[in-house]
Design a protein around this ligand. Structure first.
Ligand SMILES: Nc1ncnc2c1ncn2[C@@H]1O[C@H](COP(=O)(O)OP(=O)(O)OP(=O)(O)O)[C@@H](O)[C@H]1O
Ligand SMILES: [Mg+2]
Length: 481
């Protein structure tokens, strides 16, 4: 094979998309994008129609920004004068065609990651763990839906040795076609929990939808499943129906093939000893939390099954840091000492709330400092939402959280269930809490901020970042007058 600096030759691109070239042919295609704002020169732009925006309106801008060509629908091509275009019946279908061609030509070991929580974290840990063993391609961000998965596949370089794809869903039936595009050798289900419950009659149905990941499994493929989850037996049986040859349980259970033997959950990292299918590994995980230790067992099992080096993988997990909005720690220095803010504002559901609360409980506070939780509504939980919010009172008590701020109508249920001494304040909207929180927080505190993305708790993280230092400088100043 001649190594090419291009991701796609024009010839292969046209064959995969089934498109007709209008205008001069570029020398090759260096990447694939559906966003004209971030497109790099040489990349192909594919005009996807979304709920709010239609890529066709940005095809000319993408070409202006240096795109090598733009893939557009035949019904819209007439209105676009910029060139070169690749005209197709349906651009999303053309993207799927590229995804299929990328998969067909690839010799990589392919891993698909799904589950109710921990998909992105596990996918990023796999990227880090596999990279030392060979060229690794992984989905960007949470590109896990009907356009994110084919886009991530279309970007798979022919030379990659390992490929990791995140797969998500909001409804039953969504994962099956994505898995059939990916054709994984290894499918990971991190866990099954009440998330997106509003779209499902029961957690059983969520498990059923996650099990669709096995429908695309390559013959003789492997399933990596959480042995501590109630759905292990069900997922294991279903994976066999779809041809899984190897089933690896990961977790604390005695019989798990990827088993945790010893763990120290420290304030800002964890150390673990695990038995990964007969191989002992002692390693450090660079970010705190039992949930990350659990995910790491699935990561190491996949590394081993993919034929990558387990010791190099374990070493890579030591420099793991939580992604932004999913547990990333910010230390804001004030003249009187640091305030630690744990930014979990990217999303929330009962499982990840419990994980974050337990981790906050183990965090170290400086002298006089307190553990403070700022919790926003968890969305999409359906008719049981009041109880699912209220039930966080138990974990908050067990973790010894000193103060709890609540944001949103659903979180009133939790506030009412809390001991008065820990209730710190409530607001309907995140912004209304900015000043109260700033007043309350003092050096030595650890503040964990978590809610569903739509509750907008990110503004509170930004508010503390902007104003904390100034607050103490002003106080220090006025004390001296
Ligand atoms: N095994 C786990 N159990 C509970 N919580 C977890 C687990 N793994 C990760 N989390 C927490 O869940 C949150 C979301 O993590 P992550 O972004 O990796 O999940 P995701 O499944 O990719 O989410 P999304 O569906 O939004 O793409 C983070 O706060 C993370 O700390
Ligand atoms: Mg994700």
């Amino acid at each position: 094979m001649v190594e090419s600096k291009f991701l796609w030759s024009v010839e292969d691109f046209l064959a995969a998309t089934g498109g007709r070239l209008e205008g001069p042919a570029p020398g090759g295609i260096s990447g694939v994008s559906i966003d004209s704002r971030t497109i790099e020169p040489g990349e192909a732009f594919i005009a996807i129609a979304g709920e709010r925006m239609d890529g066709h309106d940005f095809a000319a801008a993408a070409l202006e920004a240096g795109a090598s060509l733009a893939v557009v629908g035949q019904d819209r091509a007439g209105a676009i004068s910029a060139r070169p275009l690749v005209v197709v019946a349906d651009p999303l279908e053309a993207l799927r065609g590229l995804a299929r061609a990328a998969r067909a030509r690839s010799r990589a070991r392919v891993i698909a990651v799904t589950g109710s929580v921990g998909k992105t974290g596990t996918k990023e840990a796999l990227r880090a763990a596999l990279s030392p063993s060979g060229e690794t391609h992984a989905s960007e961000a949470s590109y896990n839906n009907q356009w994110g998965v084919p886009l991530s596949l279309a970007r798979l370089p022919e030379s990659a040795r390992f490929a990791v794809f995140e797969v998500g869903m909001n409804h039953a039936g969504e994962i099956k076609p994505l898995s059939k595009l990916i054709r994984p050798h290894i499918a990971i289900v991190t866990t099954v929990e009440p998330v997106h419950l509003a779209n499902f009659e029961s957690i059983d149905k969520i498990a059923g939808a996650k099990a669709e990941i096995f429908e695309g499994l390559e013959p003789g493929g492997a399933a990596i499943l959480n042995s501590d989850n109630n759905y292990f037996a069900y997922l294991s049986a279903t994976s066999k129906v779809f041809g899984a040859d190897t089933i690896i349980g990961f977790g604390h259970t005695k019989w798990a093939e990827a088993r945790l033997e010893k763990v120290s959950l420290l304030a800002d990292c964890s150390t673990a000893t695990a038995d990964i299918m007969g191989q002992k590994v002692t390693y450090k995980i660079g970010a705190p939390g039992q949930h990350l230790v659990d995910n790491s067992l699935a990561v190491l099992a996949a590394v081993s099954l993919a034929g990558a080096d387990l010791a190099l993988a374990a070493l890579a997990l030591a420099s793991w840091s939580a992604p932004s909005g999913r547990g990333r720690r910010h230390v804001f220095r004030t003249p009187r000492g640091p305030v630690t803010v744990v930014d979990e504002s990217y999303n929330a559901n009962p499982a990840s709330m419990r994980a974050a609360i337990a981790t906050l409980g183990r965090s170290e506070v400086a002298a006089g400092g307190r553990r403070i939780a700022v919790l926003g509504d968890m969305l999409e939980l359906g008719p049981n939402e009041a109880a699912l919010h209220r039930d966080l009172a138990g974990p908050l008590g067990e973790a010894g959280i000193d103060l709890v701020f609540t944001v949103g109508r659903r979180m009133e249920n939790l506030r009412d269930a809390l001991e008065r001494s820990v209730r710190a304040g409530h607001a309907e909207r995140a912004g209304e809490l900015e000043d109260t929180l700033l007043d309350e927080v003092r050096p030595g505190d650890v503040v964990m901020i978590k809610g569903s993305f739509a509750t907008g708790l990110g503004v509170l993280v930004q508010g503390l970042e902007r104003n904390l230092a100034a607050k103490y400088e002003m106080r220090a100043g006025s004390a001296g007058m």
